[in-house]
Write a protein that binds this ligand. Structure first.
Ligand code: RAM
Length: 331
């Protein structure tokens, strides 16, 4: 009789926990390149907006201190041990993360990459913010216009292994092969590792090594802001032109004073929202993650999974004096 009572009490306890949601939470981990980058804080805010859509979802936000694959591998390892339901990651390396991501998927965890991808086989799908070819070519078009299609340019990137920046740089190099750019020369590509101080030092190094430099493309929010500061500190605003992919809130001052006349970026809040939303729907089974599938992504509408399991969110915005203040108030 005592035994029966204990069993009954245990059943009541479990039922109670399930109905209160204690056992039914879907834990989605967002793993970013590194902490302390405002771009990823905006992605987190978007993720929180997406989980606000359901009471049974929880967002776990993680990232290493510096943007390394090793740091992310350790984090994924601990997320596997925690048995989270999904991981959405912006990867610091396309291939180094494949084995641990496969281990996670074998354990039943839905793994997607967003922003910066894991190679095929290491994720269900990759969510690109905008088409990589479009982004890369557009960066060259903007700087070319600024320098009158003539002179030396350099690229100040994030880490040397970053999937997204390396794909964009590949498309920049392609664009530069067009006859319109015959009088322009890419003299260097350097890496600020998405750390402000290192990016600043790399920008200073470019000014010193290339006294004839006419323009810099920095396709990283951290790099472009650090380069803006370095140009101002050296009195080189307008002497060396700057474009890149920047957060309007961090670049407003440089856009308004002409240090960076034009730059681009998508909305990182929407990117974090979309990644979290997709991860959640993969867990519930509403989205399968198959090539050709049209995913209905809440407020973002329909997003189709294309070749190679890659989906594209939206077109980037271009910012200049006319619209920077409006966007700076948002992200
Ligand atoms: C940095 C990161 C991120 C990239 C943006 C443009 O914040 O490198 O991955 O998408 O810049």
């Amino acid at each position: 009789m005592k035994k029966l009572l204990m069993v009954l009490m245990a059943v009541i306890l479990v039922v109670g926990m399930v109905s209160s949601g204690a056992l039914a939470k879907v834990r989605i981990a967002m793993v970013v390149k590194n902490l302390g980058n405002a771009f990823f804080e905006a992605c987190r805010d978007g993720g929180l907006e997406a989980i606000g859509l359901g009471e049974d979802i929880e967002l776990i936000f993680r990232g290493p201190i510096t943007p390394t694959a090793e740091g992310q591998i350790e984090i994924i390892d601990s997320l596997i041990a925690q048995k989270v339901e999904a991981i959405a990651i912006s990867a610091n390396d396309p291939t180094a993360l494949v084995p641990i991501a496969r281990t996670a998927m074998a354990a039943g965890i839905k793994v997607i990459s967003f922003d910066s991808g894991i190679a095929e086989g290491g994720r269900i799908l990759q969510l690109d913010p905008s088409g990589p070819e479009f982004i890369g070519r557009q960066q060259v078009q903007i700087i070319a216009e600024m320098i009158g299609y003539k002179g030396e340019i350099a690229i100040l990137s994030a880490t040397s292994q970053a999937t997204n920046q390396n794909i964009w740089i590949g498309w920049m190099e392609e664009e530069l092969k067009e006859p319109a750019y015959k009088d322009m020369k890419l003299v260097a590509t350097v890496y600020g590792d998405d750390l402000s101080d290192k990016s600043y030092r790399e920008a200073m190094g470019l000014f010193k090594s290339y006294p004839n430099l006419k323009g810099i493309i920095s396709p990283t929010t951290v790099g472009v802001a650090a380069t803006g500061k370095a140009l101002e500190d050296e009195g080189l605003s307008g002497v060396i032109e700057l474009t890149g992919l920047g957060l309007p809130s961090e670049m407003k001052q440089y856009i308004l004073n002409g240090t960076c006349k034009k730059m681009a970026l998508w909305n990182p809040i929407e990117l974090g929202y979309s990644a979290t939303y997709i991860a959640y729907k993969l867990v519930t089974g509403e989205i399968k993650g198959e090539v050709g599938e049209v995913m209905s992504v809440g407020k973002m509408g329909d997003i189709t999974i294309g070749e190679g399991g890659t989906a594209v969110m939206a077109e980037p915005y271009v910012f200049d004096k006319s619209n920077i203040e409006k966007f700076a108030a948002i992200y």
